[in-house]
Design a protein around this ligand. Sequence first.
Ligand code: NAD
Ligand code: APR
Length: 232
Amino acid sequence: MEKIVILTGAGISAESGLSTFRDEGGLWAQHRIEDVATPEAFARDPALVQGFYNARRVQAAKVQPNAAHQALARLQRDWSGDVIIVTQNIDNLHAAGGAVDVIHMHGSLDGALCAACGHRWTAPPEMAVGEPCPACDAPTARPDVVWFGEMPYRMDEIYDHLAGASIFAAIGTSGQVYPAAAFVHEAQAAGARTVEINLEPSCATAGFDDRITGKATKAVPQWVDHLLLQRI
Ligand code: NAD
Ligand code: APR
């Protein structure tokens, strides 16, 4: 049974109305990473960091999954083997589009994490600074997202999936952030055929066997149709 491993990035949610990071006018053009997305930033100015993620949580709650999220859910349902979706996104649009068992390697806006004891729980729509942890009562609640300099979640599991992949696809990611940017090489070492689906060539494009250039809402459903038709 052929296993497909799919890595998604901000580009797959762009047409749902969520900003990417590095495109023109993206989130990192409006905010400095070191002000809002590092443990040091949270220690220095928790109100600024909570405010950044509260705004993103409000925005993410307003948007709907698009045809690309839905096509990947369809692939999971109709493919004869496993389809593993690993996302760098912290929105919940894959699940809202019908996907199951999505691996959120950079965490989730829906989660809160205690910086003191590691307890995790569902985040309120607006997280307050100094909110107490329900497990240890320390005033150290933070968004359950992975910041720069921290270790992404579920890496052992992801590398196991990559080692068993027959097909690897990277969708809507600029390939600038590691370790996700190196997954294509892991998959290739395991013998997988690799494809990049992106609006434009990324800095990682040369490392892929195949490239599909176009908007995710058009290119991903077409790619899924192609894969499923091949197997009939
Ligand atoms: P880094 O060394 O700061 O951190 C990389 C590590 O942090 C990796 O393990 C990565 O997976 C993890 N990480 C933590 N939070 C993350 C998040 N929210 N999103 C993605 N990964 C997260 O980063 P790096 O490897 O030196 O840089 C990767 C890219 O990030 C750079 O190419 C650059 O585009 C960007 N970056 C920019 C700045 C800046 O503009 N000041 C700072 C750091 C990183
Ligand atoms: N369809 C397909 N691709 C698109 C679309 C679209 N409609 N819109 C944008 N893209 C592509 C862009 O061409 C770009 O290559 O999506 C990519 C988005 O890249 P980034 O903004 O760098 O986002 P991503 O790769 O997900 O960032 C990785 O960086 O700061 C961290 O936590 C952040 O998880 C994120 C990580």
